[in-house]
Design a protein around this ligand. Sequence first.
Ligand SMILES: C[S@@+](CC[C@H](N)C(=O)[O-])C[C@H]1O[C@@H](n2cnc3c(N)ncnc32)[C@H](O)[C@@H]1O
Length: 311
Amino acid sequence: MLDNLNGDKRNLLIDIKCLYGLNHDSSKLLVDFFESDDVDCLQKFLIQSILKDFYLTKYQPSSKYRKSFLKKVISILESKNHEIDSEIYDSYISIINKQKSEINFDEEKYFVCCFLKEDMTKKPVIFEQFLSAITCGTTGLHIWPACYELINFIEKNKNFLDNKNILELGSGVGFLGLKCLNWGFIKHFFFTDCHGKVLKQIERNLLLNYDEKEINGLDCSIQDEDKLISIFELNWLDFDQNKNHINKNLDVILATDVIFDPDLIEPFVRTLNFIWSCQTNPQNLRAVIASTIRNESTYKIFIDQQETTEI
Ligand SMILES: C[S@@+](CC[C@H](N)C(=O)[O-])C[C@H]1O[C@@H](n2cnc3c(N)ncnc32)[C@H](O)[C@@H]1O
């Protein structure tokens, strides 16, 4: 469908589609997209490429996001006195009706589809997360800002993860690992977390993107190193319980937005030291920890503590 649209409008529609999949604001791009004499035709493109896209209808953004997206489209078209396609109106009304009947809007789960801009025919990375940052007593069912930052950093420095064994601490819904795996150069990715619901969500998200054959799942006691992915419980408060699962040939440890509770910093750093001590070649191991600094003194505890590690 996108191939039938030319030049700038095609690029704009791809950008809008990528932002829609991520549940990110595209208001400015929508204004530019509808800057044309042939708005009816552009509405059809928007409907076919986004509202009726196979992945975006099966794995939908949050109803809050879809409502604001359609509201923006409708307001742009109304401001130009254009007739609005009935499919756009119908979609908007059906979201409003559904929202009225929803009991707890904050506990809504929704999907994120992360398309590869350079190849829109490729299956996007798909995962599910909760709208609310803290759900079911955990922060792990929602993506946190430092995760997006580290993804942007890795996207520009991909070769430092090339053919590496990577372990992530506090993986949350697993977005970072899924993105790294999707770039296609990872030897093995180990997802870990402490919370049962979070671990189940990672497993569900992995199965949306990978075949079961490629994953050492939660119930597997012996890890097959030839598989691409492992997922297991690793609680920083109780880390040596999991020593059988720690791979001895790790190259990189990743963690995002895990420095937030002063009481967890020492256990987290001890976990880093423990993983280090399990390695055959500890000098090869690097750790990349991306943090949002919300409180300088909490972050300082981490900086002081991490000086005790050799990583
Ligand atoms: C703020 S969330 C960040 C999630 C994810 N890394 C991100 O950036 O989107 C913190 C994560 O650390 C995990 N976590 C908290 N305490 C932990 C512990 N004691 N052991 C292991 N993981 C823990 C939580 O379950 C959650 O997934």
